[in-house]
Design a protein around this ligand. Sequence first.
Ligand code: ADP
Length: 661
Amino acid sequence: MVNDELESLKQRAKKLAMEKSYLQLIIQLMGRISTVSGLENTIDNLLHAVIDVLGGANLILYYKIDEAIFYTDVYGKKQKLEYIDDQHVAQVYQSGIHIECEHDFKDTQLLSVEFTKAYTWIYPLKVGNEIIGVIKMESLHIGMRDLYAHLPIFFNYTALILKNEILGYTRLQQINQQLQQEIIHRKQIEKDLRQAKTVAEAANQAKSIFLANMSHELRTPMNAVLGFSKIMQNDPDISASQRQNLDIINRSGSHLLNLINDILDMAKIEAGRIVIEPEPFDLGELIRDIVDMMRERAENKHLHLFHEESSEFPRFIEADPYKLRQILINLVGNAIKYTENGRVKLRLSTKAHSETDKTWLICEVEDSGTGIELADQNKIFEPFIQVGKNSSQKGTGLGLPITKQYVHLMGGSISVRSEINKGSIFRIELPVRNISETEIMAITPPQQPVIGLAANQILYRLLIVDDHIEGRLLLKKILQPLGFQLREACNGLEAVEIFQQWQPHLIWMDIRMPIMDGIEATQKIKALPNGKNTIIVALTASVFLDQREELFTIGVNAFISKPYRIDEIFTCLHHYLNIEFIYQSTEPVSNYAKCIPLDCFKRLPMELQTQLYNAALELDIEQSLHIIDQIKKLDITVAMILQCYVEQMDFQAILDVYQQK
Ligand code: ADP
């Protein structure tokens, strides 16, 4: 009895131990199929895990994705099936109930009895009533039969994982499909856009070429209209009302011509016909020209136009002078146009370039005008955009787009900072090439009035003091051909030393220099024996009047602001050294100076202009010359011409100049 019970307890213990190991096997299986993700990986893992643990000849999984049937076995065979060709599997799919088939291998001589039976188990993988797939395990060992009872837990778990992976896979497929469609769609749009762009570009170019040709055709008759109306205006026989009408024709014509010119430029840019033509040129002269030209416009509106230049700003460079000129005229012109009170400043400086033979030119045009709203600051560079009140009455809306295009073509950039009612600063940065001494010498100088020195004059010694080689070169270019004796110094200290050995008649003295500046050098020279008799002409880019005063008090005889006009140099030499020149017209200086530059006269302080006018009215030679002496400190050229008028008793000329301005 006790033995029986003991035996039964042993049996139970053995069974429990078996069950425990089966459960451990199941847990192991579950663990193995949970380690990966992705449908294919999960299936491979499942098949290999099951065959490793349960054994058997083959293991096949059937599953469906959107009604399509797939077959995968443990040997790696994978295929899509038209239909399920295995009738047992089809049956399980139908019924949802598993099937066991027993194989009998008793005829086999090689196997012992317990190995003659094997099973094929076909299991549905279900989530609730839904069949996710069917697993077929072929020829499993009979000894594994007890494991059956535990397999449903594993297969339910497998079904859940498989369902999840199939869902993920279908979603991914859908997304892929959508993406592919989107890519196809995008590619089509890109193709359409490219085609449209080519068509539009061709049309735009045709339009630009048409405009360029048309504008050119329009310009020729327009020039004739303007030219002839100007001639008629000079006709003394026309009546006042006819003159008024001619004025209107002229003003409207000029406006139209500006418009045509702007359209022509814009059309040429768009048609790709504008090319940059860099050449070495005198930048100082170009700036001076522009400032002189625009000053009249500024003064008509009672605005101060001045220009400020850093001492490093080069006099000669290589760039496209015509484009640069246009850029600066547009910016300064706008500054004057959109400013009612105050000032317009052209500020020039440089910044180092990464390439050693280049420099960045920085030009800023600052005004105290209407300013531009922040939201409009980008728009104004687009063609035909005009912002702010009344701006459409003042221009075409093409100036800035043309300017921007030129700046970009030249490899530079343009920007604007502005505040409403305070003013604007337009800034351009342009890369330019520094040029060599030989290139500077080769630049054709502008038409010079002087062709030589009059006979029987002493050989004058002139000392050029400037730390910048190009500053020295320019003066050399002007003076050497005339036969002057020249020497050069790179700073004040050298200038003092050369003065002591060489005693020049006149010194062209730059002010800002390293080692010893022009002020100290002037003071030292003037304090030396003979120093007082030497004429010192200061050359500086500074515009400040108080600095000029300081220069005169330390003994500077005259002042020429940089960039200077060449004739200012001759006028200065004539005035201070009494040098007589041979002019192209072969007439002496007094006659050469017949025509006064009106804009320079207008730049003189109003008080001096009026005093001179009153003195001329009273034919007062002494008073006139006294006033002209004061003018000499401000503009030697104008003063010399005025002096000629007085010396020839031509007071009418002075009255005319005053009334014309
Ligand atoms: P426009 O021929 O009208 O002057 P632009 O292209 O030169 O054409 O300038 C475009 C617009 O930008 C102008 O209509 C004006 O509204 C604005 N603008 C340009 N420069 C200035 C400035 N210095 N101050 C204020 N507004 C300016």
